[in-house]
Design a protein around this ligand. Structure first.
Ligand SMILES: Cc1cc2nc3c(=O)[nH]c(=O)nc-3n(C[C@H](O)[C@H](O)[C@H](O)COP(=O)(O)OP(=O)(O)OC[C@H]3O[C@@H](n4cnc5c(N)ncnc54)[C@H](O)[C@@H]3O)c2cc1C
Ligand SMILES: NC(=O)c1ccc[n+]([C@@H]2O[C@H](COP(=O)([O-])OP(=O)(O)OC[C@H]3O[C@@H](n4cnc5c(N)ncnc54)[C@H](O)[C@@H]3O)[C@@H](O)[C@H]2O)c1
Length: 447
């Protein structure tokens, strides 16, 4: 039986970080992945999506200024965009494997299954471990209505060789909203269906409302409060049957994507054999990211039950687990303020408390909800949407939350992340000199 000090399952940002830390701490380490090495973000998530968005942004910018100096809009070619995207993704698995091998980490290419609390089976070999790390991330949720097998996932979207005429996205969350915006900009007829009454539940209601209006003005069709009953295959199309307000309705589309959420990827691991408890949020962990029920097993990244499933937090958790394995639980996780952005057009970004949370927690809060579409930054590029909601504590003047809808929200939100982390006040921001003219400069007036 082969023995390892640390056996890591999952080679995304969380798993890689732990494996590297542990091997640098002179431990004997193995890592297993059932798919291509490198994880979701680099292979089939954030990075390839952002490469595609680069093209969409150019087009949208040009559209806003059409007739104001721009006469011909750029033409986007999906096949070439795909080719360019591959420059960023094709090499990820091989380069990740090379890096890990050079560090002397043993690689396995299959899902391990736990046999008991300190043994697992992978590639036909029984392996004993002192510590194991579950870093398997999220996977698309399974839809249970009739015909769900006709739906495709975000992986399929990012790899489409040709764009179909029409697309339906089931789920108006991060993935559904981002991909609906990409597809619509490329000329696809897009419908987004959600069971809930609005998209992006974690984001500010007023700004999301503005975003929906903006998406609709560009031709994206939304259906909310809808319950999908079935999907049938017709000759060319798929027929989606759903109920809304008690009435049955139908819709045809060439393709349907399951963007109804992602769930912890733990089904294949036989966690029960290892006495690892889990729930719908993932592996149940303590403050050291150790399984509460089996202290020799840790979990980090999306699949742990701590915090938002986002790349920066997964990386941070990887560091913490690595440190805890090497130096006997030296670090507990203190969840920092985590910003989040949805790369729609315009972006919607958020950090800190929502208006509702702030009002619940503090007696007197100041809510600066502003429509900024007449500000120079929006008008000089003829951008139709620019808004913010900045929340501060009236007594202490400290910034509590920031919510921004703008073409540059993904960047500008970082100023507010620093402000909240450094406990800055409205006065501090107003006193800061920023470059002019710039989007950063606007933060002084936003607060
Ligand atoms: C389309 C899309 C876009 C996204 N965009 C963003 C973004 O813009 N910004 C952002 O912060 N986050 C984004 N995310 C989320 C981000 O990708 C994740 O938060 C991040 O990848 C999590 O890292 P991780 O290491 O925890 O898991 P992952 O990167 O998912 O890695 C887990 C690894 O475990 C492997 N695995 C799973 N099950 C098993 C098993 N049983 N056995 C062996 N291996 C297994 C998987 O194959 C995978 O390689 C996006 C996600 C998607 C799907
Ligand atoms: N920009 C980013 O940072 C980014 C991008 C993509 C994904 N992610 C991460 O991935 C996670 C998952 O994103 P996601 O978009 O897959 O999920 P999500 O949880 O953000 O959204 C899922 C949506 O599907 C709806 N839904 C669920 N079941 C449905 C059904 N049967 N019919 C109709 N609608 C249904 C929900 O109401 C919800 O609006 C996010 O929480 C995020 O952390 C981040």
């Amino acid at each position: 039986m082969e023995q390892f000090d640390v056996f890591v399952i999952g080679s995304g940002i969380a798993g890689q970080t732990v494996a590297e830390k542990c091997v640098n701490g002179n431990l004997k380490v193995a890592i297993a992945d059932k798919r291509e090495f490198g994880g979701t973000c680099a292979n089939r998530g954030c990075d390839p999506k952002k490469v595609m968005l680069g093209f969409i942004e150019v087009l949208q910018r040009a559209k806003n200024l059409e007739g104001k100096g721009i006469t011909d809009l750029p033409k986007l070619k999906w096949q070439n965009i795909q080719k360019f995207k591959k420059n960023f993704t094709d090499n990820v698995p091989a380069s990740t494997e090379k890096k890990l091998r050079e560090l002397n980490i043993k690689l396995y290419h299959q899902s391990p299954k736990f046999i008991d609390e300190s043994t697992l089976l992978v590639e036909g070999k029984t392996i004993s471990f002192k510590k194991a790390v579950i870093a398997t991330g999220y996977e698309p949720t399974r839809l249970s209505f009739k015909g769900a097998e006709y739906t495709m996932t975000s992986d399929n979207f990012l790899d489409l060789k040709k764009l179909p005429k029409s697309m339906v996205f089931i789920g108006a969350g991060y993935v559904g909203m981002e991909f609906a915006n990409i597809a619509s900009a490329m000329g696809v007829l897009v419908t987004v269906i959600d069971k809930s009454d609005r998209p992006l539940k974690a984001f500010d209601k007023d700004l999301v409302n503005d975003l929906v209006i903006s998406c609709e003005s560009r031709g994206i069709n939304f259906i909310f409060n809808a319950n999908i009953e079935s999907i049938e295959k017709l000759k060319k199309n798929l027929r989606i049957t759903y109920t809304k307000n008690g009435k049955e309705r139908r819709l045809k589309s060439r393709t349907v994507f399951n963007t109804a959420g992602r769930v912890p990827a733990i089904a294949e691991l036989d966690l029960e054999n290892a006495n690892v408890d889990f729930n719908e949020n993932g592996v149940i962990t303590n403050e050291y990211l150790q399984s509460k029920s089996n202290r020799s097993i840790y979990s980090c990244g999306d699949v742990s039950d701590k915090g938002l499933p986002l790349t920066p937090l997964s990386g941070l958790q990887g560091y913490i687990v690595g440190d805890n394995i090497i130096s006997d639980n030296s670090k507990s996780i203190k969840l920092p303020v985590v910003p989040s952005v949805v790369f729609t057009h315009p972006n919607i970004a958020s950090v800190g408390l929502s208006e509702e949370e702030a009002k619940r927690r503090y007696k007197n809060v100041v809510v600066e909800h502003k429509n900024l579409k007449d500000w120079f930054n929006a008008t000089h590029i003829n951008s139709p949407k620019y808004a913010c909601k900045i929340i501060s504590n009236k007594r202490t003047d400290k910034i509590l939350g920031a919510h921004i809808l703008s073409e540059t929200a993904a960047e500008i939100i970082n100023i507010f992340v620093m402000a909240i982390n450094q406990k800055m006040t409205v006065y501090d921001i107003k006193q800061t000199i920023f470059t002019y003219p710039s989007w950063g400069y606007d933060t002084k007036s936003m607060v």
